[in-house]
Design a protein around this ligand. Structure first.
Ligand code: ADP
Length: 439
């Protein structure tokens, strides 16, 4: 038992004893006890009243002077209040710091109200990048302030895993990368980062590669021309002829590299969908196979073809030719003599799929995610020997991106490979209808 309670019990006992003695002295024991209890009760009521008044007056005041158990009660309540006030001050300081931090963030940050599109709060970068104004835009729906179709689709999709890039609604020439983060209680936070600088660097890189490739073209044409002329000379001695043939081979390789680099640069910089038409994949595959058979020479690959002739793909024919031919040529190059190459173009449940399977050496799983990187090769020596540039699958990836498609690679060492290009059904059309329209 705490000391104040002990003292209080002693106080009560002393008061009752005094009442008892005084009562006995005057011959009214019960009345004496009643008076003592009344005094005790009045004292408690008096202190209770002081407590209520103190609490009403405000927490910052010192507690009233009291004795006994009331002194202890006042003191404890006072200490509790002090502790709470200190905690409140700390929390307030933390909130202010957090507010300053988010305000100072270089990325635009916008908080949406729980379960709605209404704007609750935003920082200064949001005012700069998105043009929000205080207090005008507080409580406005974000879809009324950022109206870019790609943003609206992203906002309503509910899948925020991948961000999107859109032009700033207020600053011309500025590109923003937007990501939405969902967090506790149905709240959403929108973060927008200025990508203008990164885009500028990326454009510089693309321009540099495109320019270098372009500049290399003319000297290469001249060298090839001279080499061809020299090799035509009948009186050339054997050593010289070998050296010239090696030079011609390497020049051809450099030409292929320049062609691929220029194609990649074009795929990256051109607007997608320019020159789109319904492409007859059956005809395109026939041309690719003619070339592939010539490339395979007389090593005798077995080809099996399964093509849906009525299935057309809406896209750019030259780009699709590059992508599909790269896959078929790879199969021819990497599959040993006598192997089988299967080419198919089919409508599946949720996609139209062009796939090339081979019985070649296959690829180890850890290489697969990196195959579409520029110049990534499983075996660089083998690739060069086969005439590869290391850019084929990068080209395939870019062409598919421009046609809303994606590349799937299934392969296992010793069991061959399958490269499948999957296109959404919205991207396909019926060739017979396309033909009717042409007529
Ligand atoms: P490359 O010009 O070197 O063939 P690609 O980008 O076309 O460049 O392919 C990247 C790498 O992927 C190749 O170097 C090769 O190692 C591997 N690869 C591509 N296609 C096949 C295939 N059908 N079978 C086995 N390996 C392949």
């Amino acid at each position: 038992m705490i000391r104040a309670w002990q003292d209080e019990l002693w106080r009560l006992a002393g008061l009752l004893l005094s009442g008892l003695l005084l009562g006995a002295l005057f011959g009214h024991v019960a009345a004496g006890l009643l008076v003592a209890l009344g005094i005790y009760l009045a004292w408690h009521l008096y202190n209770l009243n002081r407590l209520v008044r103190w609490l009403k007056e405000g927490k910052s005041f010192q507690p009233p002077e009291a004795s006994g158990i009331w002194d202890e009660a006042f003191e404890r309540i006072y200490r509790l209040q002090q502790r709470n006030q200190q905690r409140k001050r700390n929390l307030h300081r933390l909130l202010k710091r957090l507010h300053k931090m988010t305000t100072a963030l270089p990325d635009a940050t916008v908080e949406l109200r729980p379960g709605s599109e209404e704007i609750e709060w935003w920082n200064t970068a949001a005012a700069r990048y998105l043009g929000f104004e205080y207090p005008r835009d507080g409580g406005q729906r974000i879809s009324n302030l950022i109206r870019h179709p790609a943003f609206l689709e992203y906002l309503h999709s509910g899948d925020y895993e991948q961000g999107i890039e859109i032009p700033s609604p207020v600053n011309e020439g500025q590109t923003l990368r937007i990501r939405i983060v969902a967090y506790g209680g149905g709240r959403r936070l929108l973060v927008a980062r200025d990508m203008t600088h990164v885009q500028k660097l990326e454009r510089m890189r693309q321009d540099f590669v495109a320019n270098v490739s372009h500049e290399l073209r003319s000297p290469l044409t001249v060298i090839s021309g001279y080499l061809e002329g020299l090799l035509d000379d009948e009186g050339l001695d054997a050593r010289c002829a070998d050296a010239l043939r090696a030079m011609e081979g390497q020049t051809r390789r450099m030409n292929r590299l320049v062609d691929d680099l220029m194609l990649l640069a074009r795929l990256e910089s051109d607007e997608p969908g320019v020159g789109t038409q319904a492409v007859r994949i059956a005809d395109l595959v026939a041309q690719v196979l003619d070339q592939a058979r010539a490339l395979g020479g007389d090593v005798g690959h077995r080809f099996s073809i399964d093509i849906d002739e009525a299935l057309c793909l809406v896209g750019v024919e030259s780009e699709l030719y590059s992508a599909f031919s790269n896959l078929v040529f790879n199969a021819v190059r990497y599959t040993p003599a006598g192997g089988e190459i299967r080419v198919s173009w089919r409508r599946e449940e949720d996609a139209a799929v062009f796939s090339v399977s081979d019985t070649g050496p296959g690829i180890e799983a850890h290489h697969i995610p990196r195959l579409t990187e520029r110049f990534y090769r499983v075996d660089a020596g083998r690739s060069r020997e086969c005439g590869g540039t290391g850019l084929g699958l990068a080209i395939v990836k870019h062409v598919l991106l421009r046609h809303q498609g994606r590349l799937e690679i299934d392969s296992e060492p010793g069991r061959g490979s399958r490269f499948s290009c999957r296109f959404p059904l919205a991207q396909v059309s019926d060739c017979t209808e396309a033909k009717a329209l042409e007529l």
